[in-house]
Design a protein around this ligand. Structure first.
Ligand SMILES: NC(=O)c1ccc[n+]([C@@H]2O[C@H](COP(=O)([O-])OP(=O)(O)OC[C@H]3O[C@@H](n4cnc5c(N)ncnc54)[C@H](O)[C@@H]3O)[C@@H](O)[C@H]2O)c1
Length: 238
């Protein structure tokens, strides 16, 4: 379980513990993992932008039933100002590490296991153009998910992606703050405008998102693989 120190990843780790699943909580933020350790999770503090971090997770996760990739970063900037450095940094964390985690840990999961990769509604929508580099990395995750769904299917290992819309986490706070600043409006105005575009007229809690992820891990989704499932209150419907 990566990205476990906060946000969606933390909520997934808590849900897994509540379901009686043994959890290996991974994040580069060691302090953020402390509460999960106290709640009974094993923890591993590594940077997944590099090969060593990915290899450590593949080793520590050997024989697991599930892999949830919820780590990620975002750069918020006008599309005409995005640099190659931005592109490489974001792709290293959001796309490259997920490809190699699926490649190195996927075959070490038990037969009938499941992987969930965190993509985003931005992989399907262009309405927040300040996240163009992030959105491209999240679109790559959909392709990576389909490829590994195909490759691991012979062992009954299912690989799905989830595309959250607006989930109330520290990353979402940064999006509101920074995009509002770039557009010359307040975070409150931006939040209202965004939620007006959501048919259910609200964002979601990390726990609601974790529920959808648990569904994709559990046998309730036993005939689903290669999917890109929306959890967006109707913001994205395809
Ligand atoms: N919050 C949303 O509205 C939203 C919407 C769509 C998709 N997502 C995706 O869901 C996932 C979780 O998002 P969140 O909102 O909880 O984000 P967050 O920023 O609150 O948490 C992300 C976690 O990933 C960890 N992380 C980042 N880079 C890392 C690295 N190189 N190595 C190890 N750990 C690293 C961070 O330390 C942090 O604990 C991300 O992939 C994000 O892109 C979030």
């Amino acid at each position: 379980m990566t990205g476990a120190a906060r946000g969606i990843g933390r909520a997934v780790a808590e849900r897994l513990l509540a379901e009686g699943v043994e959890v290996l909580a991974v994040d580069r933020d060691a302090d953020g993992l402390a509460e999960l350790a106290a709640a009974g999770a094993r923890t591993l503090a590594v940077d997944l932008a590099g090969e060593a971090g990915v290899a450590a997770v593949a080793e520590a996760g050997d024989g697991a039933d599930y892999l949830v990739n919820s780590h990620g970063i975002i750069r918020l900037l006008p599309i005409l100002e995005a640099s190659r450095r931005d592109w490489r940094d974001v792709f290293a964390v959001n796309a490259e590490s997920i490809f190699f985690l699926c490649q190195q840990l996927g075959p070490r999961l038990r037969d009938g296991g499941a992987i969930v990769n965190l993509s985003s509604s931005s992989a399907k929508l262009a309405s927040t153009v300040e996240t163009a580099v992030y959105a491209a990395s999240k679109t790559a995750i959909l392709s990576i998910t389909r490829s590994f769904a195909y490759a691991l299917a012979p062992r009954g290992i299912r690989v799905n992606a989830i595309c959250p819309g607006i989930i109330d986490t520290p990353m979402q706070d940064a999006v509101l703050e920074e995009v509002a600043r770039l557009r010359g409006i307040t975070p409150q105005e931006l939040s209202q405008a965004r939620e007006a575009g959501v048919p259910l007229r609200r964002g979601a809690s990390p726990a609601e998102c974790a529920g959808a992820i648990w569904f994709l891990l559990s046998d309730d989704s036993s005939y689903m693989t290669g999917e890109a499932m929306n959890v967006s209150g109707g913001l994205t419907m395809w």
